[in-house]
Design a protein around this ligand. Structure first.
Ligand code: HC1
Ligand code: SF4
Length: 579
């Protein structure tokens, strides 16, 4: 360790510490914009973290970037000198020279790291703003899921880092030079043409409004106000544990009841739970998997994560036959909400609009896949990310905290088992599937239903699971994040890994930290474990903990689908993939 001085106080610094980490450890705030320590990203490009230093024995001081300069024995660091404050302010003013400053229309208004920095440095002038240069920057509207607005880009390159190092997709590059530098898709392609899989991880790390989802709150408000329309809402397993933060509740709080209450306040006609459909997926996928195992076809990959489907189609089309044909819970719910539900409830299916609330950007992509639109009618009409749902409530003047929790009341499609609830975390689909497959094979329940061997958090986890009967022991793998997924897929293709069943979630953590979740400033993947604990807690409190014990799922098969994987179920609940 080293002895140094920080703003006049003696401090001990670690040998490998930068000025920035040392200052943070001592509670001294240095403004930063490009840096994101949670993903090891300190490119030093924004130059906002300027500090003044004096080396031992020297009279003169120098100005350096705190994020890239190491602490040294005897160094004096000054973070608040007049020169530092003036230079930081000038730096921010220069950053804003070609930044679209129409904050009132920006998705990050009030939650923007650039606004924070501008406030911190006391910015009061905007001398260099060049409107024409800003207007010349591209805005890419090509994707149904994501909008890339380079008029708001500060070139921090966090998005490039997460896409390359975190996800292993590497769709983004630095484009242009000098003043024209911005971030683009590789080979100058549009978002839609590129190899991007719309996982949205880049959106989560973007410090400004440069990256975001395509906002569809207005369409939902239109539906809510159209007397001809019957609005059917569904919300994802992970949404209820990743939404309370928006209203100041602790991370991981379960706000299922408040979300239902908010939807009722919005005058939603019918409120359903995606968890119910997750249970249906287990019935279909479990049956499909047992069938494939009995035919010695292996491995089977899960198919509920749409960014994973995009990834497989885009990057590994040869493995598409290995993907389960079962639709995702979102699409299963949309399908039966426009067939079974109106039949049961005696309503005209043509009046139904299904609106999904998802912690995911790729679900927007999924909903507009041609496979999921029949004679012009989509199974799911609109997908709102968690962020848009928060926006919708603000636009409608609803404060979640002021609402008494409400409960689901739909008698056909809102009950769920503990297995359905844990879909939202990495390993959850696997655990849910094992609970039901064991029952199908043995005619009795698993004794220990909480399968700890599936619950780690490493990027790739493998386990051996005893299913008994004719199936015996199966080898399973779970991966979250696309970089670990690539490893597994490569191993499967090379024949160096033998698995029966592989769960993939494109986002690290699974849906609990999906690309559509609330954005946090300067952090990445910090809430996933708390949210997942809440999901496991929900599982423990459910009356039924296995999908096959969900009474509404049993009724669906008894009254409508006949049995899992029946001809009707196959027609309605299964799909195909294209490269
Ligand atoms: Fe997910 Fe899924 S778990 S994909 O992460 O299979 O988004 O939560 O809704 O469809 O159920 C997301 C979550 C979600 C689907 C389910
Ligand atoms: Fe990369 Fe995912 Fe962002 Fe696409 S959405 S650019 S794949 S991080």
């Amino acid at each position: 360790s080293l002895r140094a001085t920080l703003d006049g106080a003696a401090v001990i610094a670690g040998a490998d510490e930068t000025i920035l980490t040392c200052a943070r450890r001592h509670g001294v705030h240095i403004p930063t914009l490009c840096e994101l320590h949670d993903i090891d990203h300190t490119p030093g490009t924004c130059r906002v973290c300027l500090v003044e230093i004096r080396m031992p024995g020297q009279e003169r001081t120098q100005i350096v970037t705190a994020c890239t300069t190491p602490m040294q024995e005897g160094i004096e660091v000054m973070t608040r000198s007049k020169q530092v404050r003036e230079m930081q302010r000038l730096q921010v003013e220069l950053l804003l020279a070609d930044h679209d400053q129409d904050c009132a229309t920006c998705t990050r208004h009030g939650n923007c790291e650039l606004q924070d920095v501008a406030q911190f440095v006391g910015l009061r002038s905007n001398r260099f703003f060049d409107h024409d240069r800003v207007a010349a920057r591209p805005i890419d509207f090509s994707s149904p899921a994501l909008i890339r607005d380079m008029t708001k880009c500060v070139r921090c390159q966090r998005c490039i880092a997460i896409c390359r190092d975190g996800q292993g997709v590497d769709a983004l590059v630095v484009a242009g030079t000098g003043q024209e530098t911005s971030v683009g898709l590789r080979y100058g392609l549009s978002q839609a043409e590129s190899t991007c899989v719309t996982c949205g991880q880049c959106v989560l790390v973007c410090p400004t409004g440069a990256l975001g989802e395509r906002d569809e709150t207005e369409r939902v408000i239109d539906y809510l106000n159209d007397p001809e329309v019957i609005t059917v809402f569904q919300f994802a397993p992970a949404l209820r544990v990743g939404f309370g933060e928006e209203f100041g509740l602790p991370s991981g709080t379960n706000v299922e009841g408040q979300i239902i209450a908010a939807l009722r306040r919005l005058r939603a006609d019918i409120v359903l739970d995606t968890n119910f459909a997750a249970d249906v997926v287990i019935m279909e996928e479990g049956t499909e998997l047992l069938r494939r195992l009995s035919e010695a076809r292996r491995p089977t990959f899960t198919s509920c994560c749409p960014a994973w489907i995009n990834f497989a189609e885009e990057h590994y089309p040869d493995i598409l036959p290995l993907l389960s044909s079962t639709k995702s819970p979102q699409q299963v719910l949309g399908t039966i909400a426009k067939t079974y539900l109106p039949e049961r409830m005696g309503i005209d299916p043509a009046r139904i609009r299904v609106i999904s609330l998802m912690p995911c950007t790729a679900k927007k992509d999924e909903a507009v896949r041609p496979q999921f639109i029949h004679d012009g009618v989509p199974e799911v009409d609109v997908v709102l990310t968690t962020r848009e749902f928060a926006r919708l409530l603000k636009r409608e003047g609803i404060d979640l905290r002021a609402l008494a929790p409400s409960a689901f009341d739909n008698p056909y499609m809102s009950e769920y088992s503990g297995a359905g609830a844990i879909f939202g975390t990495t390993g959850g689909v696997m655990e849910a599937a094992v609970r039901t497959m064991f029952y199908v094979v043995n005619g009795r329940e698993l004794e220990t239903i909480e399968l700890q061997q599936l619950r780690g958090f490493e990027g790739v986890r493998t386990a051996q699971v005893e299913l008994g009967g004719a199936i015996g022991s199966v080898r399973v793998a779970m991966c979250h994040g696309l970089k670990p997924t690539r490893q597994i897929v490569e191993a499967v293709r090379a024949g160096t890994a033998e698995f029966d069943f592989i769960e993939v979630m494109a986002c690290p953590g699974g849906c609990v930290d999906g690309g559509g979740t609330l954005r946090s400033k300067k952090t990445y993947l910090r809430d996933a474990l708390k949210r997942r604990e809440t999901l496991f807690g929900i599982d423990r409190t459910r009356k039924a903990r296995q999908s096959h014990n969900n009474a509404q799922v049993q009724a669906l098969y008894r009254d409508y689908l006949e049995h899992p994987y029946s001809e009707k179920a196959h027609h309605l609940l299964h799909t195909y993939y294209t490269d």
